[in-house]
Ligand binder design. Sequence first.
Ligand code: 5AD
Ligand code: SF4
Length: 430
Amino acid sequence: MTKKLFIKTFGCAMNTRDSDHIIAELKEKANYNLTQDAKEADLIILNTCSVREKPEKKLFSEIGSYAAIKKIDAKIGICGCTASALGEEIIKKAPSVDFVLGARNVSKISSIIHKEKAVEIEINHDESNYEFCNNIESNIRALINISIGCDKKCSYCIVPFTRGKEISIPTNLILKEAKARVENGAKEIILLGQNVNNYGTRFSIPHEKINFTKLLQEVSKIDGIERIKFVSPHPLHMDDEFIEEFASNKKISKYIHMPMQSGSNAVLKDMKRGYTREWFLNRVNKIKSLCPDVGIGTDIIVAFPSEKEEDFYDTLDMVKNIEFDTMYSFIYSPRKGTLAFNMKEIDSSIANMRLEILQNLHKQILNKKAKNEINKTHRVMIENVSDKGSEGRSDNGRLIKIDGTKLSIGNFYDVVITKNENGSLFGKTI
Ligand code: 5AD
Ligand code: SF4
């Protein structure tokens, strides 16, 4: 008999991809179908994130609310990064949980559901050669893992402790998956890894020497792929060869995420990021010079424990100078086990103030940039269509709405920008 699976996914694209794999494995190997209603589910899975403290703390109240509404014999499973970080503790604190499955242990999902109170969180479990069942739907966008784990030791970051050592997935498996997805209608391929441009550093089987730039070239040879994106690259590994390929390869989307974290050399050093503000700026300038219309995104942490006022000003200065098109900003959150965990935290009123100042500055930058977009033409791939109209993304990552016209999802159109409403861009096809 078919059973029902409810799954809620937190965190990054990597977790979204893990959830895809969980759904596909359970569909094929345990006869589950997806439901959006937790009340009718036979299995409730929370695929968790632990990058900041808040979502981790909220997990237990979340478990409580699902335990209260679930069917009497329904099971609850906790997967993902918080599962890796807390392990046993989850079952001890929340006895309604039936199993805990760490990130990077996803291939065990169809066996763990039959075990009682199992905890499987081995952080260096090698799944790099495992061919997951694929929930291949005719989706125009395909997320494809190219590596798992992270070898960096950024002093604030829990990921190396939840996703283990970095290991690359063999190139032939990546290409096989990309081809299968394209045959099923994918136009856009998003290559995923914690540190994508370190690809090829370690495989768990003998493998030809290959780096990220070469992988991009191989993927772009596949007929039918129109756009290639990747998350997240590390600024340290953005060598000239990579930047030149990024700029010249027509299939590669001209949007790049460059997580800066801080604009201060002292803080970057304490964060153990491995680059200076000068290096970061040099890479940005090289990209901008080869690719003038590039969209650049970033992540910034404010109030890292050693961040003094002048360090924060250095960050503001970089943001003003670079004018990022997208900025995700966070207040530093201490994570147990990381190098920075024992450093004295900055007062929360100062942290909140810094975040607000940074975000206000970025709003001004976005408004200025949006005004400059009027009358520009972009090649847009339509991603959503509703009664109101269509929307899609330009090659450099801008979200553009085309009101009143129902265009075809997955198709490309030349769109001229006609209006900017508080930073939202509207246009019409030409
Ligand atoms: N506190 C705040 N933000 C963090 N990030 C990672 N770890 C922490 C932390 N301990 C942010 C970084 C990273 C993004 C995914 O989350 O900016 O790039
Ligand atoms: Fe993704 Fe990091 Fe959150 Fe894990 S902790 S889900 S890797 S953002």
